[in-house]
Design a protein around this ligand. Structure first.
Ligand code: KDG
Length: 320
């Protein structure tokens, strides 16, 4: 089994060539998306083994995604292809500042039919980390149950469980349901990695230490709160919290996928037994690099690009 296992919904993303509403844009490029898949790409490019659990529709998008996953060296043995449902996709806008808007065409997608029973026959033997995000939990009740089942299996193998809440409000019926589900998933994890704003929304606290304490009280071992260019704040059980400085990103092309790049940096740092501050520094560097391209995982670095970026203290030529 691979070192890391992750579960999620892959999508094709359509990336506009210019700013404006959908009606105003004529040309789009296509790319591959899906938070957990982005993380898997980051992990694989740094030379670690990773398995991706998902369902794809047997259609042109599903075929395209399958080829991409194989090309990236991610284990496809836990991927299923099915005839009945389609593969999801989404469109994003191009913005000159801030976060782009996203429009999903993913309701009833093949991945939303992932279920608990799909997890039961799988062997997690030998794997070290299970990475989950709140997006998979949001797409359907059965996906949420599949994630919980995966946590049980991970526990049997003494794996560490990582959780990124990844708030995607349009996927939830209400904010209270979202808060309750995401916090209950977070409580199952060893390491929780919310963005600062996400932490505020989910816990109702306004301060990074209070947000961290909220999750530590639920039994989480380490909380890492992402704060964009400023870096991240970390607090572990029984220890004092600390900040790890971020990297200047240079020109920001697109912010989507930065949190996933951060997670890939943290997960690989843990696999390589880096100290926690060094691990988070790697996460910050990966997050900054992710801002330099229009795709969701296009600028996930290989090891050389990552080490060069860290050595130079940031700044990288933008793509697109
Ligand atoms: O974190 C990046 C993801 O948001 C993006 O790749 C698409 O998975 C996606 C989603 O659900 O928004």
């Amino acid at each position: 089994m691979s070192e890391v296992i992750t579960i999620g919904e892959p999508m094709v993303v359509f990336i506009p060539h210019k700013a404006g509403s959908f009606a105003e844009v004529d040309c789009f490029s296509k790319g591959i998306a899906g938070a957990e898949l982005n993380v898997a790409v980051g992990i694989a490019r740094l030379g670690h083994s990773v398995s991706y659990i998902s369902r794809l529709g047997k259609d042109i998008l599903g075929e395209y995604i399958w080829q991409f996953i194989k090309k990236e060296g991610i284990d496809t043995s836990l991927l299923q292809m099915e005839e009945e449902h389609l593969t999801g996709c989404y469109f994003k806008t191009k913005v000159l500042e801030g976060n782009p808007e996203v429009f999903y065409l993913r309701k009833n997608s093949a991945a939303s039919y992932l279920k608990k029973e799909d997890m039961e026959p799988l062997s997690f033997a030998g794997a070290k980390i299970l990475h989950l995000t709140g997006i998979t939990a949001a797409i359907s009740k059965n996906c949420m149950e599949a994630c919980c089942q995966a946590v049980e299996k991970a526990r049997e193998q003494q794996m560490q469980v990582f959780f990124d809440p990844n708030i995607r409000a349009p996927l939830w019926r209400s904010e209270s349901e979202m808060r309750e589900c995401l916090n209950s998933m977070a409580a199952l994890a060893d390491v929780v990695m919310p963005g600062l704003r996400e932490g505020e929304i989910l816990t109702g606290r306004r301060d990074k230490e209070q947000i961290a304490d909220f999750y530590l009280k639920c039994g989480v071992k380490t909380v890492i709160i992402k704060n964009g260019e400023k870096g991240a704040y970390c607090k572990s059980q029984g220890e004092k919290g600390y900040d790890v400085a971020g990297f200047p990103a240079g020109r920001v092309v697109d912010t989507v996928g930065a949190g996933d790049a951060f997670a890939a940096g943290v997960i690989t740092g843990i696999l390589e037994d880096l100290s926690l501050p060094e691990t988070i520094k790697r996460g910050n560097a990966m997050g900054a690099l992710a801002l330099t391209s229009a795709g969701d995982n296009e600028s996930m670095p290989d090891r050389k690009k990552l080490l060069d970026f860290i050595e130079k203290g940031g700044r990288y030529e933008c793509v697109g």
